[in-house]
Ligand binder design. Structure first.
Ligand code: ADP
Ligand code: MG
Length: 269
């Protein structure tokens, strides 16, 4: 791979994500909708960055742009110091809705990306064994998605994204459809996987507890057109577990983020 050929920026490198003055305008039949207004931020390699913001502020749109599934109206997004101009195996996506292929088994879903990339069968098997065990579903390799619970399907979706060995995981409310107990165990699992894999993560959620529990940093967006309203470091030591939601530092951060979001929601009405 020709990763080394991109322009080099201070503080960047493999797994870096750089967002520079990105705006996005959707052109629709009933006029233009500005979804994003000159958002800029940098994510360093291996960091876990969480994005929160009012509904409709452009969070999903941003992830689509970073994934290369849509095009910026102006500005640029750099991944590994190279300008994003389409989808690539350096970025893996996990969505809220279940996106597994229903006609493939769990193992075949996990091996889908490597198979498309021409990875040979023996190596594919190693990859799927590794990630199925990482997500605790080694015993379900031959099951089909419809035989799994929602939480299990999302675990497979995470394994499928990781099987491509991306540098960056883009996650759009991946636990949003799960009950609170399953969500907690998924958060723990994701933290563990992240600590092992050293991927860069950009994670969208509307659950503030989840944002603080997972993130090194929480970016708070304004109501549409989305701008970056605040960039809040989360200095709570790791490893973290859900008990920290009861600690004063956690509660203070939560209060701060709720205030920031409340202003946005109030202004919009
Ligand atoms: P979020 O994920 O923060 O809820 P989205 O990125 O889904 O927000 O959407 C941002 C804004 O752009 C919303 O107002 C939404 O209605 C609008 N939007 C999203 N997709 C399209 C589209 N394909 N065409 C026109 N408007 C869109
Ligand atoms: Mg969304």
């Amino acid at each position: 791979m020709d990763r080394a050929l991109g322009s080099v920026t201070a503080g960047s490198g493999r797994g870096s994500l750089s967002v520079r003055e990105v705006s996005l305008v959707y052109q629709g039949r009933r006029g233009d909708v500005q979804a994003l207004d000159r958002i800029s931020f940098d994510i360093r390699p291996n960091a876990f960055t969480v994005i929160v913001g009012p509904s409709g502020c452009g969070k999903s749109s941003f992830l689509y742009l970073a994934a290369g599934l849509a095009e910026v109206t102006s500005g640029e997004i750099l991944v590994n110091d190279r300008r994003v101009d389409g989808p690539g195996r350096d970025r893996g996506m996990v969505f809220q809705s279940y996106t597994l292929f229903p006609w493939l088994t769990v193992r075949q879903n996990v091996e889908y990306g490597p198979r498309r990339a021409g990875v040979d069968a023996a190596r594919r098997r190693e990859i799927s064994d590794h990630y199925l065990s990482e997500i605790g579903l080694a015993g379900f390799a031959d099951h089909y998605p419809k035989q799994l619970s929602g939480g299990m399907m999302q675990r497979v979706a995470i394994a499928r994204a990781l099987a491509n060995d991306p540098d960056i995981l883009l996650m759009d409310e991946p636990f949003g459809a799960l009950d609170s107990q399953t969500r907690r165990s998924m958060q723990k699992l994701l933290l563990r996987v992240w600590e092992h894999s050293h991927k860069t993560v950009a994670f969208v959620t509307h659950d503030i507890d989840e944002a603080i529990l997972l993130g090194d940093r929480v970016l708070v967006m304004t109501a549409r057109p989305g701008r970056i309203k605040a960039d809040i470091p989360v200095a709570i030591p790791r490893p973290r577990d859900p008990e920290i939601t009861l600690e004063p530092d956690f509660i203070a951060l939560k209060r701060q983020i709720i205030e920031l979001l409340r202003d946005e929601i109030d202004e919009g009405h």
